[in-house]
Design a protein around this ligand. Structure first.
Ligand code: NAP
Ligand code: G4F
Length: 332
């Protein structure tokens, strides 16, 4: 039986990845953080099948002893302070988790279990202001503390591969969403708000930059790409993306459409009204803007597709519909 170890198992991606590995017969170990409230909501349905241990990637001693104890065949470092806007408010904390935390994982594998294959959760955010479409050869110009910390981790992963022969790979993942997406990321914020609007519990959603463009896929498809990357004979760095780009405004449109609430935009004011009731359903507020924005992300994942045959299975419309339906079904 193969053993996998996941940091960040309680997050969106960790939960789908754990499900996927379990269904292939893996023994799945996960690192969870001590919290004053429950943080296992995304893995409660598989809790009994997992082997969980408390730890934190900023604590080298803990991570090192977990790696030595588990000696995993595969390790996925998904742990991160993953919110870009928060990283402007907590840059040092973000660096210690996303940069030094990743270094701790690399050192632990190098020192205690060098045969372990390692996957590092790198991100399209590292491209920053580089023009799209972005591929593995596009220069990286990080625009946020989060992106800069992740870029350090990306380079250290490459460096440990080259210097010490570790099977360490970067997946450079473009935005991926799901009904399990954290509620402060824009897609989930929109779908949760729409569910509450439909139920008469909220009148509108207040957003920041509606013109930012992202390449949005489904997390379930992206964890399959992570497994293909780590499963490759030779380690390497791979972009994972749909290749299709939409603006935040287009996501808003698609989500209201999926909920059956027709909206009409007033572009001059960045607002949208309910076509039936005339109430404002979307407005903007500068408190949701970032000090520096990434305007346009669109990935070219040709390298991964050619090497493994990976294709995203979920269309943009299906993703939006699944998220809206899930939130409509659980609004209280
Ligand atoms: P997420 O939902 O925010 O999950 C992050 C996970 O990391 C959670 O389990 C969290 O634990 C854990 N964590 C945070 N700080 C930690 C620490 N110091 N030590 C140990 N665990 C810690 O993120 P996600 O969307 O699943 O993304 C997974 C990874 O991929 C992240 O590294 C993210 O930066 C990266 N990524 C995400 C995307 C995307 O679009 N989703 C794209 C590219 C890259 P708690 O549950 O206790 O908070
Ligand atoms: O949903 P977001 O917060 O995701 P962002 O910043 O693209 O980061 C996500 O994807 C990265 C991959 O490229 C990951 F590495 C990272 O961990 C995270 O998962 O924002 C998307 C866009 C931004 O341009 C933002 O300015 O939506 C814009 N936006 C507009 N109004 C908003 C809002 N974002 C948030 N979170 N909240 C708003 O009200």
């Amino acid at each position: 039986m193969k053993r996998a170890l996941i940091t960040g198992i309680t997050g969106q991606d960790g939960s789908y990845l754990a499900e996927s590995l379990l269904s292939d017969g893996y023994e799945v170990h996960g690192v969870i953080r001590r919290s004053s409230s429950f943080n296992t909501g995304r893995i409660d349905h598989i809790f009994d099948k997992l082997k969980l241990v408390y730890g934190d990637v900023t604590d080298f001693a803990a991570i090192s002893s977990i790696v030595a104890e588990v000696e995993p065949d595969e390790m996925y470092n998904l742990a991160a302070q993953s919110h870009v806007k928060v990283s402007f408010e907590a840059p040092a904390y973000t660096a210690s988790v996303d940069a030094v935390g990743a270094l701790n994982v690399l050192e632990a594998v190098k020192q205690r279990s060098p045969k372990t294959r390692l996957y590092q959760a790198s991100t399209s955010e590292m491209y920053g202001s580089s023009p799209s479409p972005q591929s593995e050869s596009t220069p990286m110009h990080p625009n946020s503390p989060y992106a800069a910390a992740k870029l350090y981790a990306y380079h250290m992963t490459r460096s440990y591969r080259d210097a010490y022969g570790l099977h360490a790979s970067n997946g450079i993942l473009f935005n991926h969403e799901s009904p399990r997406r954290g509620p402060t990321f824009v897609t989930r914020k929109i779908t949760m708000a729409i569910a509450r609007i439909a139920a008469g519990k909220q009148d509108r959603v207040v957003l920041g930059n509606l013109d930012a463009r992202r390449d949005w896929g489904h997390a379930r498809d992206y964890v399959e790409a992570m497994r293909l990357v780590i499963g490759m004979d030779a380690p390497g760095d791979y972009v994972v993306a749909t290749g299709q780009q939409r603006s935040v405004r287009e996501f808003v449109d698609a989500a209201f459409h999926a909920a059956g609430i027709p909206i009409v935009w007033n572009s001059a004011r960045d607002t949208a009204r309910d076509a039936l009731t005339d109430e404002v359903r979307v407005s903007t507020d500068s408190r949701y803007l970032r000090p520096n924005e990434v305007d346009s992300l669109q990935g070219d994942s040709t390298r991964l597709r050619k090497a493994t045959g990976w294709e995203p299975k979920t269309s943009f419309e299906e993703l939006v519909r699944e998220m809206v339906n899930a939130d409509m079904g659980s609004v209280r």
